[in-house]
Design a protein around this ligand. Structure first.
Ligand SMILES: NC(=O)c1ccc[n+]([C@@H]2O[C@H](COP(=O)([O-])OP(=O)(O)OC[C@H]3O[C@@H](n4cnc5c(N)ncnc54)[C@H](OP(=O)(O)O)[C@@H]3O)[C@@H](O)[C@H]2O)c1
Length: 435
């Protein structure tokens, strides 16, 4: 470890100069004096890895800093901190491993790499005596990783409920406010740059599952992998569901939920009905929010912009500063708790929840009795039934049912049995209710 007096500067190597990388480079260059004041010495951007050096950039940078050779960052003995802002798994993961193995500190915003390989990289960093920080990987500019590791560390966390994908929240907000169909709201999100041309990762809940795996791993000190997360996306929601949910006093949100259940951890991402008066129901547009329940702190909520160049830059540069400050002061890395208490993942089949069901049925007497019998035989009680609309031409009616708490496996069995009733034309939607 070098002495404080020896440190004239902290040297940064950047991997990627896209939406976030440009913001980070700009902040390091334009806020030079302020950042130096916080660290004790200046930060210097030494090399920036890109694919296309001639591409126009959102930041004006000495083009001599750009390189297409990863070695110029990863093998550069001057570089203290590597900041990985390329995205994707390959080559970001091998580059992250190389940076840590060669004794460089690492900051990353990469949720895919951290969700799939976070614990391995954290161990590697620890074994090499360097820091790995990843605040921007979840919730953009909203502080979440830091609070879980630090401010909330004394708590036993019992639940995390989050809206952690801005794209889907934007789409759902437009569907709710304007009665738009999913495809039209998606197109609007794409035109405004909120959704990518291939929206799969967002609308099918994959992005939220990565982020939830990262948060749940921290919250419960156990390894939660992306594939452990039960996942449903938002494609099958319709304008009707928003209308009926609204009449029942609920909003529909894509929730990421991690909860303790009988010693195991329940992790799921799916659309959910939330009471209109709840804080999460009020999170609209591209905003994110994460509500945490701890035994000491009670309920806390984090709210803000979960993506975008500037909010994400805020989190990345804060991580760089935290490492740079310790480097300047000659202090070793922050010790991390062991990340595996080996808790089981609770199966979705044993979830107990209330459910909203919308179905199209034959408009004739006795149909409701048949449906009630199927549900009753599986110990599912109906809390309310509303006949929303009848279609005289087809002789069908739309029924909306709300159940009392029931086991998921029973509910799934009931759905199968109801589909076999001649009187049920279609089970159009089923959505879990989160109170
Ligand atoms: N955008 C956000 O709002 C946001 C929010 C939170 C977290 N993040 C995370 O931040 C990371 C960066 O996202 P972004 O939106 O800034 O991505 P981006 O705009 O696509 O930028 C990626 C950058 O990495 C470079 N790059 C990619 N693959 C490379 C390779 N094989 N070799 C060399 N350079 C390569 C690209 O070079 P060229 O420019 O030359 O093509 C580009 O500069 C991702 O992990 C993302 O999940 C993003």
């Amino acid at each position: 470890m070098r002495n404080i007096k020896d440190r004239k500067e902290i040297v940064i190597g950047l991997l990627g100069l896209g939406v976030v990388g440009s913001g980070v480079a700009q902040a390091i260059l334009e806020r030079k004096d302020g950042l130096a004041g916080r660290v004790g010495c200046p930060l210097r951007l030494q090399r920036v890895l890109v694919r296309h050096p001639d591409k126009p950039r959102a930041v004006s940078l000495d083009t001599g800093l750009l390189t297409t050779s990863a070695d110029e960052v990863l093998n550069n003995p001057e570089v203290d901190i590597v900041v990985e802002l390329m995205g994707g798994e390959d080559p970001a993961l091998p580059y992250a491993r190389r940076a840590l193995t060669s004794g460089k500190h690492l900051v990353t915003a990469n949720k895919e790499v951290m969700a799939k390989h976070g614990p391995e990289l954290v161990s590697l960093a620890q074994s090499k005596g360097v820091e790995l920080r990843y605040e921007a990987s979840v919730g953009g500019g909203i502080p979440l990783i830091g609070p879980f590791m630090g401010d909330l560390a004394a708590n036993r966390i019992s639940a995390v409920h989050g809206i952690i994908n801005g794209t889907t929240n934007y789409i759902l907000s437009r569907m709710a406010a304007e009665g738009l169909d999913f495809n039209i709201a998606l197109k609007a999100a794409q035109e405004l740059g909120y959704a990518e041309a291939d929206p799969t990762n967002d609308v099918d809940g994959k992005d939220a599952a990565y982020k939830l795996a990262i948060l749940a791993t921290l919250a419960f000190n156990t390894r939660v992998r992306p594939e452990d997360v039960y996942r449903e996306g938002i494609r099958r929601l319709t304008e009707r569901d928003f209308r009926y949910a609204g009449e029942l006093g609920y909003a529909i949100k894509l929730l990421a939920i991690a909860k303790e259940r009988e010693g195991a951890v329940e992790v799921r991402v799916h659309p959910a009905l939330v009471p209109q008066e709840s804080l999460l129901a009020k999170v609209s547009g591209a905003y994110n929010a994460v509500q945490v329940e701890g035994d000491l702190v009670g309920q806390v909520i984090f709210y803000g912009l979960g993506a975008g160049s500037r909010p994400t830059t805020s989190a990345v540069v804060a991580d760089v500063l935290a490492i740079a400050r310790r480097l300047y002061q000659g202090i070793g890395p922050v010790p991390r708790p062991t990340q595996d208490t080996g808790r089981a993942i609770a199966p979705i089949s044993r979830l107990s929840a209330r459910y909203y069901l919308r179905m199209v049925v034959a408009d004739r007497p006795g149909v409701l009795a048949q449906i009630s019998r199927v549900l009753g035989d599986l110990s599912i009680s109906i809390a309310s039934v509303i006949q929303m609309e009848a279609d005289e031409v087809s002789g069908t009616a739309e029924l909306v049912l709300m159940t009392r708490p029931a086991l998921e496996e029973s509910l799934q069995q009931a759905l199968r049995e109801m589909q076999d009733l001649g009187a049920v034309t279609e089970i159009a939607s089923f959505i879990r209710v989160e109170a």
